[in-house]
Write a protein that binds this ligand. Structure first.
Ligand code: M6R
Length: 608
């Protein structure tokens, strides 16, 4: 939920760390701070608000020549967004500063112990407890490194933490437990950060740290140690293939808009190398070592959960596999009846770091159930820990609102359903070839229609911008899209929105409809269209305004008909999804909201 970065090298460290924080701001942006050493003492500068507030503060202080610094951008978990709760946090004796992403669950208990030893606290954070615990450890341990490990061994919960001290100027310590932390290895400089873009302009050589590892780094060296024994761990340096350009706005006003428009490219990338030379079969070698599941449990959060709900339709109808789809935060605390190894858990996560989804993966592992991970971020925790991972190839998604990642998840779910249907021999090869041909045609269709869809969204959105609530209705494979449309609208424009299965309206929700409560109906031209039209008429009978998204003729009048290109079957979702995204984007932009960084949210939810 927060972003951390640490740098030891030869460049001016403070501007470099602030620049890196800018590329981590998607992880949290309610306050930010840096620590560095000036004249043998720790100096900490922090500010409430976005990074620009920190930059303004830093501009007021004299230039620093520090070549080692740590930084943090925060999404509040313990304590309100305020400067006193912003990181870095210092020990009472001002000898240690740390930045931390995660939650120390037993911080209250640790705090009581420290209070009894005379430590005092100025913030409400678990991080201030941790830094004072390290200082306490320093009284009894021979080295700072040992004190760091001593304290971390007592901390329960999740952390990615980086530490610096005037006791060892030019040295950084960092550690990871259930929160992402990556080491960047450069020439005469080394980095640690929550995510690769933080240091990508400077090095592409990375080491993925594992839970229970501590790293000691200087400008010219790094060493990874086991937290328990402090013995060295063997680690591989890997070269990152993508570059910063892939993570820049590329001329679009917002990352979200760029990412919506990237979807044709994303579909192409997802299909590259995944089809047989005649393009009539699927190549997914990742599945070959796993049995076709008798039952599949899909577990995910947010947009990834909606992708899973959509995928269920394909997996059940094409591959004839019974599928349950569950929100990870529910799954992890339920007595899930995963019966035997013939079951499979599929975890879907763009970031691969979502805490609840990761916990679901661990539960499945404890029960010896194979876990298939569908992840976008290479080397992420879920990607590394799943029995098998299929990368979704969306490229870096920066906007907090997930768009192209869902598109890529849907392509992969369609390919998986076809691959398993083929292995079970329960699907005609001609039908499979037809579906693959449709999938292959999607990039061209979207490239051609996205500009017009964008114009349509720009025209329609202002007419509904005063609405305080919205329904999104859909049936069958359009129901997950209705949920996703509502999620996008609420997270971006802060307008209350609910996605409903159209047939459920009569069972209560329709009571809410009046002339101020519009409905966005997914009325695609499939077997369920007559029923959806009936539901629309019922809404209209209560004076509700209706925007209907359709790919065929509608036999009823509505306030706004939004025509999208016609794509056969369940794959019509690929044309409907960008329309929903663009509508929410335009609503939020029209209302002057912060599209890429909506309030109260973070891109990667690495805490419960
Ligand atoms: O990284 P993940 O796919 O695991 O993230 C899951 C959700 O946090 C994410 O999809 C969230 O709902 C998005 N902000 C929605 O736009």
């Amino acid at each position: 939920m927060c972003g951390i970065i640490g740098y030891a090298g030869h460049r001016p460290a403070v501007p470099l760390v602030v620049e890196g924080l800018g590329r981590l701001e998607y992880r949290g942006y309610d306050s930010a701070g840096v620590a560095f050493i000036r004249e043998n003492a720790l100096e900490v500068v922090k500010a409430q608000g976005k990074l620009v507030c920190l930059e303004e503060k830093l501009a007021q202080i004299p230039n620093t020549v520090a070549t080692c610094a740590i930084g943090h951008t925060r999404w509040a978990t313990h304590g309100v967004p305020a400067e006193r709760n912003a990181h870095p946090h210092c020990s009472n004796n001002k000898q240690i500063a740390i930045v931390h992403n995660g939650i120390i669950e037993n911080f209250q208990e640790l705090k009581e112990g420290l209070l009894s030893k005379g430590h005092t606290f100025t913030s409400e954070t678990d991080t201030e407890v941790l830094v004072n615990l390290i200082a306490e450890g320093r009284k009894q341990c021979a080295t700072l490194q040992e004190a760091f490990a001593w304290a971390l061994r007592q901390a329960h919960g999740a952390y990615a933490v980086a530490l610096m001290s005037p006791e060892e100027p030019g040295v950084l310590y960092a550690a990871r437990m259930a929160a992402p932390l990556i080491l960047g290895s450069g020439v005469g400089e080394n980095y640690v950060a929550s995510d690769i873009p933080a240091f990508l302009p400077y090095t592409r050589n990375v080491v993925f740290l594992d839970d229970g590892e501590v790293v000691r780094l200087t400008a010219n060296s790094w060493e990874v140690l086991d937290l328990e024994t402090l013995k060295p761990c063997q680690k591989q340096c890997e070269a990152i293939q993508w570059d910063m350009q892939a993570a820049q706005k590329g001329g679009y006003r917002h990352f979200m808009l760029k990412e919506i428009f990237e979807q044709p490219r994303v579909i192409r990338d997802c299909l590259t190398g995944r089809l047989t030379p005649d393009r009539k079969g699927v190549l997914l070698p990742e599945l070959e070592t796993l049995p076709v599941p008798e039952r599949l449990h899909i577990v995910a959060c947010g947009t990834s959960y909606h992708a899973g709900l959509w995928g269920r339709h394909l997996l059940e109808s094409w591959a004839q596999i019974p599928v349950s789809v569950e929100i990870a935060s529910e799954f992890r605390y339920r007595e899930a009846l995963i019966l035997n190894e013939r079951d499979m858990v599929m975890v879907i996560s763009q970031s691969g770091e979502t805490a609840d989804t990761l916990a679901a993966l661990r539960i499945a592992q404890q029960r010896n159930v194979p876990v298939l991970g569908l992840c976008n971020v290479v080397g992420s925790s879920i990607a590394r820990d799943a029995s098998q991972v299929i990368y979704t190839q969306a490229g870096p998604e920066i906007s907090v609102a997930s768009t192209k990642a869902m598109c890529s998840q849907m392509v992969m779910l369609a390919l998986i359903a076809l691959a398993w249907a083929t292995r079970k021999d329960c699907f005609a090869s001609a039908q499979r070839a037809e579906i693959l041909q449709t999938l292959s045609s999607l990039p061209d269709i979207l490239e051609q229609h996205l500009p017009a869809m964008h114009k349509q969204a720009q025209a329609i959105a202002p007419r509904y911008a005063k609405a305080r609530s919205f329904f999104y209705l859909g049936r069958g494979h359009c129901f997950p899209l209705a949920l996703e449309g509502a999620l996008k609208l609420k997270e971006l424009s802060y307008i209350h929105a609910e996605g409903y299965a159209s047939g459920e309206m009569k069972h209560g929700p329709i009571a809410l409809i009046d002339s101020d409560f519009p409905t966005f109906a997914l009325a695609l031209n499939d077997a369920l269209l007559p029923k959806v039209q009936s539901n629309i008429v019922e809404v209209q009978a209560r004076q509700g305004q209706v925007v209907a998204l359709t790919d065929g003729p509608l036999s009823i009048p509505v306030d706004d008909v939004w025509q999208i290109p016609c794509v056969p079957g369940a794959l019509a979702a690929f044309a409907a999804l960008p329309a929903l995204q663009l509508f929410s984007y335009e609503m939020a932009d029209y209302l002057g909201k912060d599209v890429d960084q909506p309030r109260n949210l973070a891109k990667s939810v690495t805490v419960e």
